[in-house]
Design a protein around this ligand. Structure first.
Ligand code: SAM
Length: 223
């Protein structure tokens, strides 16, 4: 499954095909859902903010699709993925190995965000995780992620939009179907204030519509 960075494409269709082939050990429905993700989640936008040779921490990495993409494209020198879900991490480990560069990443099961590795990273990513965290715990979750960002490092935050109503509803229905939760979207303006107050500046702010859904991407840099 290994590929050279020169031949790697971040085009949505190519990413979808890559993930479909990579996760061939998963049951068919899950494999199809993983391979559909690039059409909904803007991995192509996230990738643009990850410098070459970066050391990356993916908070709430799930089945490790982002790290697998970054490994296969030879973008990162080192990665750590953390999640509460042990089954997802087992799948992430297998996917990373199948890129041929599994030795560059480790996966760790955590019981809470305070258990994130006590290390500093060039980039810390949090992709579609915070809306699953109870509202009262969100500020602390973000604070723990920010503590792992090294000097001049980046915090890449991706979640789902609060509006327009129909895109928000699409997200709610999706999570109701797939995770059994009626989630409450992240209040992005409040999040921006929290991250800036922690000593970061907002470098990029994008709302990215995909199919019925709306993504919010925020890129912060430690000052
Ligand atoms: C929608 S999935 C996103 C997975 C991955 N980031 C992606 O974009 O493909 C949300 C993930 O957040 C994880 N999660 C939820 N609460 C968490 C917590 N307190 N600590 C770590 N991970 C958590 C879930 O287990 C799940 O894997």
């Amino acid at each position: 499954m290994s590929s050279s960075s020169a031949s790697f494409s971040y085009d949505r269709q190519a990413l979808s095909r890559f993930l479909y082939d990579l996760y061939d050990y998963e049951p068919k429905l899950l494999r199809r859902l993983i391979s559909a993700r690039p059409y909904v989640c803007p991995f192509d936008h996230l990738e643009r903010h990850i410098p070459s040779d970066a050391k990356v921490l993916d908070v709430g990495c799930g089945n490790g699709a982002l790290l697998a993409i970054l490994l296969a494209s030879e973008r990162i020198r080192q990665g750590v993925g953390c999640d509460v879900n042990g089954d997802a991490l087992a799948s992430a480990t297998k996917a990373a190995e199948r890129t041929g560069r599994g030795e560059r990443v480790t996966f760790r099961q955590i019981g809470g965000f305070e258990e994130l590795p006590d290390d500093r990273f060039d980039v810390v990513t949090m992709v579609d995780v915070l809306h699953h965290v109870p509202e009262a715990d969100r500020a602390q979750a973000v604070a723990q992620a920010l503590r792992r960002v090294g000097p001049n490092g980046l915090f890449l935050f991706k979640d789902m939009v609060e509006k327009p109503f129909l895109r928000r509803l699409a997200h709610n229905l999706d999570d109701l179907l797939f995770s059994g939760e009626w989630v409450r979207q992240v209040k992005t303006a409040a999040l921006e204030r929290e991250v800036e107050a922690a000593g970061f500046r907002l470098l990029k702010s994008e709302d990215i519509p995909r199919v019925f859904y709306g993504n919010t991407l925020r890129v912060f840099q430690r000052l």
